[in-house]
Ligand binder design. Sequence first.
Ligand SMILES: [Zn+2]
Length: 212
Amino acid sequence: MRSHDTHASSPAEFLWHGDDYSCAYDALITVLYDTWTNNTDHWTKVFNSITQEHLKPLASGFKKYLMGVDDMSLEDIRDILRKRLHAKHPTEFPMGTAGTSAAGLATGIFYTRKTLAFASVKCTQCDYEDNPVDGSLGLVLYEMSNKSESTGLWLKNLEHHTSEKCQDCSKPLQKSISYNSPPSLLIFEINSNNITLRKTIGFKGDDGMKVL
Ligand SMILES: [Zn+2]
């Protein structure tokens, strides 16, 4: 989770739902709230632009909590989000003691129908290059088996598997995935300890380098 350099405040804390496993929700909402409070106007816009479905109500919940409207608590926000996700996808987001992974939860909340990325198709052998196609890529990235040393290299080496062959030399083609424009937010699911996490990520665009 990317956030601007955090000022020295401790993250909001949660009352643990002992009878209803909610730790994935607590963890994610804590991080999102912490990020959101760094720049409430900016992050409200970002949340609304990604998806209206879960992130817009989340941002307005955060605002109510911050302003003390309706005695809204972070637990209320969590429970509302959880009920909404459960109503839509009962198997992926169960109530009760069945666990939900934080990454699965993030994927559900940040799911967007927008095409965010494109795949450039190149031959691994000759100079053949095909027109770019839409790439399926969301804002939540899972660590793959081919481990990267850093989040920067990870983003640089995103690929889709393809069994297509070059029309000129019949060698395998390579589909590299890039974001169309620098995403306003990225979530990485990390499973290994030997990856370097950077708080800033540079994107090379037509108008130069943009640093997130
Ligand atoms: Zn070729």
